[in-house]
Ligand binder design. Structure first.
Ligand SMILES: [Zn+2]
Length: 533
């Protein structure tokens, strides 16, 4: 089939080393077949173009050169193995189609097919479409592979600081040297006593710093920036989870810290984030209190005296209202705040004993839970037996189909409820213990916070204890604690009159205010209710 309209042909062969061309014939093969094809059909090849690049994106130099020459009129035909050699992306495909429609290209000959200007463009569209889709599928498959990996609990990426990629086992393992440092950084930050800058400094002193980048050697070996420290402290990888494609997955890797410590750090990050957003440099307590007279918020102001002395005071904003409240100096407010917080410091002895009592309670609850769960499970087994019997009766035609169905539905529904009860029981019976112990720790740590000159941890502690019940009136702090802090304050006040052992006895001293959700459980003797979150 010799084409009479076309005299000059370009021969184009392409194979990339990329995965999409794995199955494609080698360039030598392509050339050999195409040359003999040209020979057989009497096509006059004026130039051969060989390209070793993927066609998934526009911008191949040899291809572009060939097209430019075609536009100049140096040839009007192309011989190539398949259309997907010319294009695997819609831009290049459209260019070829357009040139063919305009008759700039009059003929494309592949090893098994002929495409001409006058032909229906449908077929060509389909072929190019397939070539393009192939690339898209390939990329989707790679992505799917990554998601499957994530679903299996394997993090599809580089191990974060404190971990290493084990090439041999293709898994992520703990970096024995750096992991303990990262863990300490979390613990320190959770205490509320150090900032992100402090954390970066702490890491730097222990050899964790910015990486050296090849391009710019001056970038390496420096203190981590605030954002980098924050990135570490908010990476759930350390508590055994990981984020991928916006979703959280349960990882297979060993965790460095508990989920509870991680959550605590997130809370501190959030609180600090709030205080940092305030324009209040040198006015860290702004926004903490409300005016005891008009309820407006108390803001901070900095003044510079003629002598150059800077002083800060806090006052009611008096926004759109008349209020007679005076200002208070920052030192005075900070000291009143410390005094207020001191009323809630949990003595170490208490914390230890309460923690032990809670453990004991939890173990007791554990035993009861186990017994209840066992009872529920045997009920489920009973239902299974009944179902089996019912089925046999039905098969033996001892009962009608309608009756069989009604009875069966009742049993299946009962079984489902029992199974759900078992799951709920196992999920909830221990949920109070960890937050409760965390609260004991927080309350004990308050001593450290009141002694520190840093006002920010004081502010977060005050927010935790008083919530919005913190007022300033006539230069005096007025406060009332919320939930378990109120119980603690009362106990501390009583402790001067009553011996410690009495206060710590459940039901006489600090009482639990929260019910155990499950009716089978006896009320747990929780000395002080767990914190609210
Ligand atoms: Zn006011």
């Amino acid at each position: 089939m010799v084409n009479t309209n076309t005299s000059q042909y370009f021969l184009y062969a392409r194979k990339s080393t990329d995965v999409e061309d794995k199955q494609v014939r080698s360039i030598e093969d392509q050339l050999a077949v195409l040359r003999s094809l040209a020979n057989e059909q009497g096509l006059n090849v004026v130039c051969e173009f060989v390209e070793k690049q993927s066609a998934k994106r526009p911008g191949r130099p040899v291809f572009n050169d060939m097209v430019a020459k075609i536009v100049k009129g140096e040839a009007s035909g192309i011989i190539c193995w398949k259309l997907d050699r010319l294009a695997r992306n819609p831009v290049d495909a459209a260019q070829i189609e357009w040139l063919l429609q305009e008759s700039t290209i009059q003929h494309i000959q592949t090893h098994d097919r002929s495409y001409r200007s006058a032909d229906n463009v449908m077929l060509m569209n389909v072929e190019f479409g397939i070539a393009n889709q192939y690339i898209r599928d390939l990329s989707a498959n790679t992505k799917r592979g990554m998601y499957e990996k994530a679903r299996r609990g394997e993090y599809p990426g580089l191990a974060p600081l404190g971990y290493l990629n084990d090439v041999r086992t293709k898994s992520i393992v703990i970096d024995r040297y750096k992991a303990p440092i990262i863990k300490q950084a979390f613990e320190r930050y959770a205490g509320g006593l150090c900032s992100l800058e402090n954390t970066a400094g702490f890491l730097f002193e222990r050899g964790i710093m910015t990486k050296q980048i090849k391009k710019d050697e001056s970038q390496g070996g420096k203190l981590l920036k605030r954002d980098q420290a924050k990135y570490i402290l908010s990476n759930p990888f350390y508590c055994g989870l990981f984020r991928y494609g916006g979703e959280l997955y349960q990882g297979k890797h060993e965790s460095l810290i508990s989920k509870q410590l991680f959550d605590k750090v997130q809370e501190v990050l959030k609180q600090r984030g709030k205080t940092i957003r305030k324009p209040a440099e040198g006015k860290p307590l702004a926004g903490l209190l409300r005016c005891g007279e008009c309820g407006r918020s108390v803001t901070g102001e900095t003044h510079i005296k003629k002598s150059g002395l800077v002083f800060t005071y806090y006052r009611c904003t008096k926004k759109r209202t008349v209020c007679s409240q005076p200002f208070i100096r920052d030192g005075e407010l900070a000291s009143q705040l410390s005094q207020a917080l001191k009323k809630f410091i949990m003595p170490k002895q208490w914390a230890d004993e309460l923690s032990q009592m809670a453990e004991k309670d939890s173990q007791e609850a554990d035993t009861i839970t186990k017994a209840v769960a066992e009872d529920l499970r045997s009920q489920v087994e009973g239902i299974d037996r009944k179902l089996q019997r019912l089925k046999e009766m039905y098969l033996d035609q001892d009962i009608e189909q309608q009756d069989y169905r009604t009875d069966k539905n009742i049993l299946v529904s009962q079984k489902k409820s029992l199974e759900e009860q078992i799951v709920r029981l196992q999920q909830t019976h221990k949920s109070w213990l960890e937050p409760y112990k965390q609260w004991l720790q927080d309350a004990e740590k308050l001593g450290e916070i009141t002694l520190s000159p840093d006002p920010i941890p004081k502010k977060s502690a005050a927010q935790q204890i008083f919530g919005s019940n913190l007022f300033l009136k006539n230069r005096q702090l007025q406060f009332s604690p919320q939930n378990q802090w109120a119980a603690l304050q009362a106990a501390l006040e009583k402790s001067s009159e009553i011996p410690l052992c009495k206060i710590l006895v459940p039901r006489e001293g600090l009482e639990p205010s929260r019910d155990c959700s499950h009716t089978y459980l006896k009320r747990t003797c929780m000395p002080i209710p767990p914190p609210r979150h």
